[in-house]
Design a protein around this ligand. Structure first.
Ligand code: HGY
Ligand code: MN
Ligand code: MN
Length: 424
């Protein structure tokens, strides 16, 4: 097969699906809420370590040269005719949220490996090397900052900062990398690839609503994560008059309601707000909560509107402190990324590949964060979205994309990588 820029390649969809289902068994659990098999594979837990080892074995089976960097990021390299040329990079993550499906992140990693298998089968040598990356702690579920491994690879965050992050048990990322043997020796700062393309499930309803198979992703909206700790006063639920209370639980509830009011006001653009973590202490029926801890996840495609929403929340928290004598609050910024546009040229290669595979496609912004938003700081970057079923639900065991949708997305990935790897 000639390596001209019109070359097209299709992958083995059954083999791809088989690898997705096999990986989904690592960290699998029976989800009571949905009655489905979910995946619970937070970074550097036993399940994540087992999945890393499984995928490394698959990488080595297809001849990839595997290296691990000081963030535990894993890269598999397929040599090209010109080994000095900057590689074309693809990949994603295999760590998961606690109630995940089989596809988030895994499709991009296993899709990259399937592309390599297919290139091998066709005896294709690309001009540029091709690399498949697995980035550490993309979900941020354990160490509190998402896209962590790729953010260090792209130098947005330092290795020292990342290694010092702790989980809820006080374990550090650096310590967990050493304990699991994924404290690689390779410099975490990634040499700029020629281009980066990530294939990922859309995790939303847009592709299905437009009845298209593939999305060409134009960029990623901004993300702001904060942890708010509320200090009140424990008191007897029966004997303490309302006016003598410093009720941390009430304050937390008011924050949640106010966030929805900010969204519903329409005054902050396409703001989305989520309180996903909320605990009160001492968490007993007959004690007014002394403490509350919650996280606020804000998303906005417009950085100015995001800043206005953050300011509005800060002002509300300030007033909230005055609302109950004895109440105090502290805020910690856990994660903060701005809107990231993707490269037009790479988007064009993806769109052309989709056309050449006869697949309808639309362009759309990503509502979720991805490693691609970090690697975009190093090289021309874009993403391929694959359609999801059930309104594209994700971060849920109900997450589902059909075998055909997965194969179509990885076909577009394969052809895109093939063409990018032939570029000068
Ligand atoms: O938070 C996100 O958007 C991604 O799933 N880490
Ligand atoms: Mn993901
Ligand atoms: Mn995710």
């Amino acid at each position: 097969m000639s390596n001209t820029n019109t070359a097209k390649i299709t992958v083995n969809g059954d083999r791809l699906w088989q690898s997705l289902m096999e990986l989904a068994e690592i960290g699998a659990y029976n989800d009571e809420g949905t009655g489905l098999r979910g995946v619970n594979r937070p970074v550097l837990t036993d399940a994540d370590v087992a999945s890393r080892r499984r995928v490394i074995a698959w990488m080595e089976q297809v001849g990839l040269a595997v290296r691990i960097d000081r963030m535990g990021n894993i890269y598999g390299r397929r040599e090209g005719a010109d080994s000095t040329a900057a590689p074309v990079l693809t990949g994603s993550h295999i760590d998961s949220v606690a109630t995940a499906g089989a596809f988030d992140g895994c499709l991009g990693v296993l899709g990259g490996i399937e592309v390599v298998r297919t290139l091998n089968e066709h005896g294709i040598t690309t001009r540029r090397p091709i690399e498949v990356g697995i980035f550490t702690e993309e979900e941020g579920g354990r160490f509190g900052t998402d896209m962590l491994g790729s953010a260090v690879a792209a130098s947005r965050l330092t290795l020292e900062y990342a290694h010092a992050l702790t989980d809820r048990d006080g374990l550090t990322l650096g310590g967990e990398l050493a304990r699991t043997g994924f404290d690689g020796t390779v410099e975490a700062r990634l040499a700029p690839p020629h281009a980066y393309v990530e294939c990922h499930i859309e995790q939303g309803p847009v592709l299905a609503e437009n009845d298209v198979a593939v999305g060409v992703v134009t960029g990623v909206q901004g993300i702001s994560w904060q942890e708010i700790t509320i200090h009140g006063r424990a008191a007897h639920a029966g004997t303490t008059p309302t006016h003598l209370r410093a009720d941390a639980g009430l304050a937390a509830a008011r924050i949640i309601v106010h966030l929805r009011a900010l969204v519903d006001s329409g005054d902050y653009g396409e703001l989305r707000a989520t309180v996903g973590h909320l605990v009160v202490h001492p968490d007993l029926t007959n004690i007014v909560p002394a403490h509350a801890e919650l996280t606020v996840d804000l998303r906005n495609p417009d950085d100015t509107q995001m800043a206005r929403a953050e300011e509005a929340l800060a002002a509300f928290l300030h007033d909230l402190e005055d609302s109950q004598p004895g109440l105090s609050l502290t805020c910690r910024q856990m994660a903060k990324t701005t809107y990231v546009p993707f490269d037009e040229g790479v988007q064009k290669v993806i769109a052309q590949a989709a056309d050449d595979h006869g697949l309808k496609h639309i362009s759309l912004l990503s509502g979720a964060g991805h490693d691609a938003q970090e690697i975009a700081a190093l090289c021309p970057t874009a993403m391929i979205f694959v359609r999801g079923e059930y309104d594209g639900i994700s971060h849920s065991p109900r997450e589902y994309s059909t075998p055909q949708a997965c194969r179509q997305g990885v076909d577009v990935l394969a052809t895109t990588l093939l063409r990018l790897a032939d570029q000068d």
